[in-house]
Design a protein around this ligand. Sequence first.
Ligand code: G3P
Length: 220
Amino acid sequence: MELFIDTADLKEIEEVSKYPFVKGVTTNPSLIAKANLTQKEVITRITSLIDGPISAEVTKEDMDGMIEQALKLHEIDKKNIVIKLPMTIEGLKACKYLTDKGIKTNVTLCFSLAQALLAMEANATYVSPFMGRLDDNGFDSLELIKECVQLKKNYGYKTKIIAASIRSVKHVEDCALAGSDIATVPYKVLLKLIKHSLTDAGLETFRLDAQKTAKLEEKK
Ligand code: G3P
C-alpha cells in the first residue's frame, strides 16, 4: 500500500520529501487555509518538493466552475496534479469530464459504498473514503474500506482507493490489510508508523554495547 501525506504544511512536506516511503500529497481547503498562502502558491511549492500525485481541491459548486478551477490547477504541473472533487452530482460530472480529458481526479468526502460506486462509475482516478470522520460518528470505517476493495474486485474498476481522514497507526495497518491502494496520512501519524518501544529499547542496548566495543578498540 502506498503512503501519501495529508497536509498543506510546507515544512512537513519538505521534511517527508526525503523519506523513501512518501509517494504523494493530498490537500483540502481546510489544510490550505492553515498554510496562510494562496492555493496556487502552496500547490506550486509542493510540486517542487514531491514528484508524485498531488491532490488539489476545487471549491466551486457547479460543474463549469469546477472545471475552470481544475484546468488552472492542472496548468501548475500537468504530470502530477490530481483534481480533488466533491461527492456531488456536479463533482461527479466534472470528474467524468476531466478524466476523459486525461486529467487525474480524486473524488473526496466518500462515506458510503454507494458513493464509492458512483465515483468508480464516473471513472475517478482515485476515490477517498474518510475513516476518521466515519469512526467519530459511530460508523465502521474499516468495513467501508473492505467493501470498496471488494467492489473494485467484482467489476475490475481501475479507480484507486485512498483511505483518508486517518487518525492512527491502527487505521493505517487496518486499511493496508483490507487492501486499500493508498493511505493518506497526517504528518504526526506518519512519524508514529516507525516507532515501537522495543525498537527504542533495542537501539539503546546496541548503543551502550557499541560504546563498550569502541572503548576496547581505543585501548588496542
Ligand atoms: O483530506 C481529506 C481527509 O484526509 C481529511 O481528514 O482529519 O480532516 O478528517 P480529517
